[in-house]
Design a protein around this ligand. Sequence first.
Ligand SMILES: *Cc1c(COP(=O)(O)O)cnc(C)c1O
Length: 377
Amino acid sequence: MKVPLIDLSGQHQALRTDLLGALARVIDSQQFVLGSEVASLEEEIARYSTTEFAIGCASGSDALLLALMALDIKAGDEVITTPFTFFATGSAIARVDAHPRFIDIDPRTYNINVDLVEAAITDRTRAIVPVHMYGQCAEMDKLLDIAGRYNLSIVEDAAQAIGATDRGRRAGSMGQLGCFSFYPTKNLGGAGDAGMVVTSDESLAARVRKLRVHGGATEYQHDEVGLNSRLDAIQAAILSVKLKHLDEWSDARRSKAAIYDELLSEAALDGKFVLPYVRPQARHIFHQYVIRAPGYRDELIQHLSQHGVGNKVYYPVPLHLQPCFDYLNYRQGDFPEAERASLETLALPCFPELTEQQQHYVGEVLAKFVIAEKASG
Ligand SMILES: *Cc1c(COP(=O)(O)O)cnc(C)c1O
């Protein structure tokens, strides 16, 4: 048997007629960039994320960049974030010439360790960018409290977490701005790159709207230098079809995770694996199901791959150790939990159409590994 890490064919097959209809509608309309398809997706995403405004843009990476630009974050400013994330989180901060100030993670959730944030605040700190890693919100209450006391903005990197909640509040709705990615493999994925910024602040929304079209409030009139980061209508039309199924897909991911929890509980109790930890306040939407295999992650990767089980390491190199951030003068050992996570974690196949049979097979392959590990002492 082969179990891919992710396979979207089942999802697309079921929606094929609707997706092709959406494509045809856009092609017939000849409105390929922004326009009514984008405007209606923006309305739907604002409603879905319980925010007042949503502004479509070219990618999740651009959503982060636009959010920081809208807050006027610039050279000399510091922005607190996690080193254990996709590159875009750190690059957005660097792209506005601000200084990324990394904070170690909570080893259970892989999210920023909120207890370490306050000590990292300086008089140059302007914002915090928590990442809702793997589909589970960071501890927003504590971050909101700190941000309130120090007058900092929060930009949520909710690229992996659309539909996740923290104490019932939707990912993206808790900070000043929230950023989504619709990269094809995200829980809500387009047929190409796409992203969105959400906010309930009217003036920030207007600023993002302007910045995504070269900083022009009206055509050929540029108050400031922005980006070309418009959302194209084909993506919007496709995402609108898929959004109607997002909750059902997230529920499916959650039940796949529960099945893994059960299948792997023995190995976990045996101390061989650490399973995902879900905070009681959080609705985790399992963008990834990530286990920890301390000391033998790389052997496990080999074993899974030999047996046809897809797997991937998110993320093998924490941001503070990326060559492009040498100038920040971080060193190996600065963020031990992020570094440990990068050596020990591994994502297993987890997507809505994954079958129970496939999951049982993954469980058997993992059990075989545990037995072999035991035998070899
Ligand atoms: C995917 C992702 C992004 C960037 O999204 P793109 O649409 O690929 O540009 C940013 N942050 C995190 C945590 C992500 O997972």
